[in-house]
Design a protein around this ligand. Structure first.
Ligand SMILES: *Cc1c(COP(=O)(O)O)cnc(C)c1O
Length: 384
């Protein structure tokens, strides 16, 4: 970008570097101005009449996932806090999607970008980061991610973005068209505009934190269900009210499931959690992709399975209402993994029985026969 030339009054005072920061913030704001909001898709399921299902399609952001929102917020936060100046190298620890979106914004404002990622990150994401001029450092032990990223930032004299710490505070949770406000605005014309539940997975935990805080701030009756995956610390930490628990094996579902309870995960605003088996995640991803006639990512399968369990519960109780979840990214990024039978077989994942159960539920509305670990917020136990 052109640096201070847009503001000649600043370039006459070279001791002040605000000219560059102002231009960087303006470039990110202008990008948002050119960008449309994401769609809220209604999924038509005749067998579930009286229960409306909505999918907020975050795959349509310019960088392909909900991390576009987070990356924008993190860059604005770092610029407005004085952490990024002209030429500051920016470093991030990521399972991929955040790094793709951050590489996009780093290129936009003209700072070098380095992503520290697990070696298992999909080739598509690595290629996307390189496309935006970012550099990838791949490491073998996912648990060393944070330390490696911090160390690289200090070696480079750069700024470690640290999404896992800052996601919850970089986003304006009261509004400013955050994802929660956008969902409620888009539901205004619907027959049941206040959903019974919003369902979301947790990677940083930032999106669920924004949604949960917004529900309380606006005093909405909607509850928040966080869908966790196998090989992740979040569910156990929530159930036992003990955030020190960790998990040895890395999550197979990119974007969600973490080895530790990340600082950006805010358990106090979560009403309920489910822990979805990976094979069921893949099954739900396949079933939803066929219903939408396009491929969704793995974490969207996790979300959709939890949503279907809630819908099944509502049917059993004879209740009507609406349910919302997110399409976090597109399945195009996972053609060689979740959509590849050999990849699944090598990991012992057989989605078939879960697919049968889910398809039968969506076709008939009969109870969904699929048990998963499920717990309400222990602090709310006994509350009406
Ligand atoms: C990051 C991510 C999530 C989880 O969102 P958080 O706000 O980080 O908890 C879910 N799915 C995908 C694909 C992601 O990249």
């Amino acid at each position: 970008m052109e640096s201070s030339s847009a503001h000649p009054e600043n370039s006459s005072r070279p001791a002040y570097r605000r000219g560059w920061v102002d231009d960087a913030v303006a470039a990110i704001e202008a990008d948002q101005c050119r960008t449309a909001d994401t769609h809220l898709i209604r999924l038509i399921v005749p067998a579930l009449s009286g229960i409306n299902i909505y999918l907020k399609d975050e795959s349509t952001h310019p960088t392909g996932s909900l991390k576009h929102r987070l990356a924008r917020s993190l860059f604005l936060y770092a610029l407005c806090n004085g952490h990024i100046r002209e030429g500051t190298p920016v470093v991030e620890a990521s399972s991929g999607s955040t790094a793709v979106s951050e590489a996009y914004f780093a290129e936009m404002i003209g700072v070098p970008f380095y992503a520290v990622m697990p070696r298992t990150t999909s080739a598509e994401k690595i290629a996307a980061i390189a496309h935006y001029g970012g550099k990838c450092h791949l490491i073998d032990d996912g648990r060393a991610l944070y330390a490696e990223a911090g160390a690289l930032a200090s070696r480079l004299g750069g700024h470690y973005m640290d999404q896992f710490t800052f996601a919850e505070r970089a986003t304006d949770w009261r509004g400013n068209n955050n994802i929660a406000e956008s969902i409620f605005t888009q539901l205004k014309g619907e027959p049941r505009p206040l959903p019974d539940w919003i369902v979301m997975g947790a990677g940083t935990g930032g999106t669920s934190a924004t949604i949960g805080r917004y529900l309380r701030y606006r005093q909405f009756p909607t509850r928040l269900c966080v869908a966790d995956v196998e090989h992740s610390a979040f569910f156990d930490c929530f159930r036992d009210q003990d955030c020190s628990q960790t998990c040895e094996r890395p999550s197979l579902i990119e974007g969600v499931g973490r080895p530790r309870c990340e600082p950006s995960f805010v358990p106090g605003v979560v009403d309920r959690m489910m822990k979805i088996p990976d094979a069921a995640t893949i099954a739900a991803m396949n079933v939803l992709s066929r219903r939408l006639r396009r491929a969704v990512g793995g974490s969207t399968g996790t979300n959709f399975l939890a949503l279907c369990r809630l819908a099944s519960e509502m049917r059993l109780a004879g209740r009507t209402g609406s349910l919302v979840t997110l399409i976090c990214d597109s399945g195009e990024r996972y053609r060689q993994t979740y959509y590849e039978p050999q990849w699944l077989a090598a990991r012992g994942l057989n989605p078939e029985p879960h697919e049968t159960a889910l398809m039968s539920f969506l076709a008939t509305g009969e109870p969904l026969d699929l048990t998963v670990e499920d717990t309400i917020n222990p602090r709310m136990q006994g509350a009406a």
